[in-house]
Design a protein around this ligand. Structure first.
Ligand code: PMP
Ligand code: GLU
Length: 397
């Protein structure tokens, strides 16, 4: 028999973030003494009014196929809200609702990238980006960002990369997973102008747009350079801002010709997004602001608590996160003393010796680092840091 698997599927591996999350939950369910700061997932219940909207949708028999791009009511609510947020007009026809922001990013790549096209990714990158690019036949071109620029893309680096190999698209993420960095308005404007002039497509992953701290605010590239609308897909969703990760609901905003093709692809690939989740998302986007802000404030408090405890550990360093809900920590000075050769072994040993599950930086293209999520309760954070401190102490003793 011929090889059963396609070449595309041959090297596909599961998502490290999701797998580790499942592992931590399974270990806990088996009664093992573990703490998991793995997946970036708010620990709050979904706000009541959002759940009520979903229950109402079920009772109203809103349980059938919807249009491929999503129900008109949600596309209108998203178009209205994001025309304000982005300060650029979007119509309902320029909104495509999908099964999560992850799905929206995939749809955008599928619609914009031909086999062989290069897509510029910035490392540390979110773990799914390179895989998604490869699945659609594109070539991930990873640009390594370092501590020297605070893990930020600078105009010099961007111009240099464009000159060197003119990519078809840039997949950009601010507030950033895993570093937590947030680009300022000026930084965003400088980069956006270069992207506009170069005529490269921009997929702007803004899933953490409302989760910023310390007075930082997310500013979308489209907001600072509105002319970018014509070459961009802006992606967001309800998972992080409204604690709705399991509802699987995200959306993309793009000019009508792109939105039309994204919706057409989706209609063939998955039919339509989940009807009940769409009705819940109408409530979230329209009326969820207060609950969202309550959760953001709580994350900010936990970030401070986390940061205070991390400061006491001399052997590590990290960029200060001003968005999302992660600390991305350089632990490489401990590798030799811990008897490990990289982030994956470091995380294995941390689990084995102290029962703490975190995500190795190798999943984000950065083997010196490990990622801790602070979307966890105060007790869990304290327990996790007790364990981390004692692990570091046992390595350095
Ligand atoms: N982008 C980034 C950077 C993320 O961290 C996540 C988290 N899952 C997503 C996209 C996808 O979010 P979702 O599919 O849950 O909307
Ligand atoms: N985005 C989250 C994370 O990075 C959820 C897991 C995932 O979708 O990969 O942990």
């Amino acid at each position: 028999m011929k090889e059963l698997l396609s070449k595309r599927a041959h090297s596909l591996e599961p998502s490290v973030t999701l797998s580790l999350n499942t592992k931590a939950n399974d270990l806990k369910a088996r009664g093992e003494d573990v703490v998991g700061l793995t997946a970036g997932e708010p620990d709050f219940p979904t706000p009541e009014s959002i759940k009520d909207a979903a229950i109402k949708a079920i009772h109203d028999n809103k349980t059938k196929y919807t249009p491929g791009a999503g129900i008109r009511e949600l596309r209108e609510v998203v178009a209205r809200a994001y025309s304000k947020i982005l300060s650029v007009d979007y119509s309902a026809g320029e909104v495509v609702v999908s099964h999560g922001a992850k799905h929206s990013i995939f749809n955008a790549l599928f619609t914009l990238i031909d086999p062989g096209d290069e897509v510029m990714l910035l490392s540390p990158y979110w773990t799914s980006y390179p895989e998604m690019v490869k699945i659609v036949g594109g070539v991930p071109r990873i640009v390594e960002l370092t501590k020297e620029t605070g893990f930020k893309l600078t105009p010099e680096i961007l111009l240099g990369e464009i000159d060197k190999r003119r990519p078809k698209a840039l997949l950009f993420n601010s507030p950033n997973n895993p570093t937590g960095i947030v680009y300022s308005r000026d930084e965003m404007e400088a980069l956006s102008k270069i992207i506009l002039d170069a005529g490269i497509a921009l997929i702007s992953d803004e899933i953490y747009e409302f989760l910023t701290y310390d007075g930082y605010e997310h500013v979308s590239p489209i907001r600072v350079v509105p002319e970018l609308k014509g070459q961009s897909v802006v992606v967001s969703g309800v998972s992080k801002s409204y604690s709705m990760t399991g509802w699987r609901l995200g959306f993309a905003l793009a000019e009508e010709n792109v939105a039309y093709r994204m919706a057409a692809y989706q209609a063939h690939a998955t039919g339509c997004p989940n009807s009940i989740s769409q009705w819940a998302a109408v409530e979230a986007v329209e009326h969820g602001g207060e609950a969202r802000e309550m959760m953001r404030k709580e994350f900010e408090r936990r970030k401070e608590l986390f940061g205070r405890r991390l400061k006491a550990i001399r052997e590590i360093s990290y960029p200060e996160p001003h968005g999302a809900f992660y600390y991305f920590i350089d632990v490489s000075s401990l590798y030799e003393r811990c008897g490990v050769s990289g982030s994956s072994e470091f995380c294995d040993k941390l689990l084995e010796k102290n029962g703490l599950v975190v995500v190795p930086g190798s999943a984000f293209g950065c083997d010196n680092m490990v990622r801790f999520s602070f979307a966890a309760s105060e007790d869990e954070i304290n327990e996790a840091l007790d364990r981390f401190e004692s692990f570091v102490a046992s390595c350095t003793r």
